[in-house]
Design a protein. Sequence first.
Length: 330
Amino acid sequence: MPRRANIACLGAGRMGRGIAVAFAYAGHAVTMIDIKPRSAEDFARLEADALGEVGRTFASLSKLGLLSATDVDPLIARVSVVSASQSGAALSEAGIVFEGVPEVVELKREVLGAASAQIGPDTIIASTTSTILVDDLSGAIVNPRRFLNVHWLNPAYLIPLVEVSPGKLTDPVIVDEVKALLEGIGKVPVVCAATPGFIVPRIQALAMNEAARMVEEGVASAEEIDKAIRLGFGFRYAVLGLLEFIDWGGGDILYYASRYLESALGSDRYRAPEVISRNMQEGRIGLRTGAGFLDYSGLDVDAYRAKRLQAMVDLLRHFDLARPPVLDRN
């Protein structure tokens, strides 16, 4: 795929617009394709709305210091919107096509199938869904070996992470090409199996439901729970991954804490998975035994700890919570 391949987005809604901003910012020409039949007047309104939002997004990024005000118009000029009847050129010239239409299986299959019949033989086609698996859609694709799921987190132009989920028929070479493309625009791709929720939505659904449940149970107010998440839960996991954090403290701590919560709250949703018990039996407790979910053999543990703690101190400064020590001076 060329270094600055043309990008096509099926759909000119929120996801298409966010992806357009991300790629245009990184030097790519992007065409958003309207998939609905509309009158000329209705299409003109959609085009103005889509490009207007793209422009406002770039203007806001300028105010935030990511680009200068003089950069805004040249970046907007890289983005265009076309109707479905005019999509042929955009699809045939694209290096990759991102589908971002509503989460309806039959609609996605229809749109993806029609688009895959018009793209070039070397073009990659990707669905941005996190709720419909690639293998449930691949049957509609003309060349399914070049098809996969590429799930962006909103706002797509800011969040670094992008989840890449290949299907049974996806060529591994395509996965590498997509990863290289995303890394080329400053994103951080992670590859995961075709399973409901992928990584982030699956974990965040549990966390969000538990937070809502605590409000319902009167554990704390919404404001207090969100404060705890931002300055406790989120603070640590901005530096340490969830599995890394288990290793940091030790998998045995999670094992016993899970048993207590399961009993005290009377719910098996806190039950530790078998891998926690298995790791303990095998001596894979975490950092202090040299292995857990991650392998720490040969690691300079002191340097590793110092680096992670430095990142936490930097976060304290970001939240304006770093304070000097209180010293008694005579």
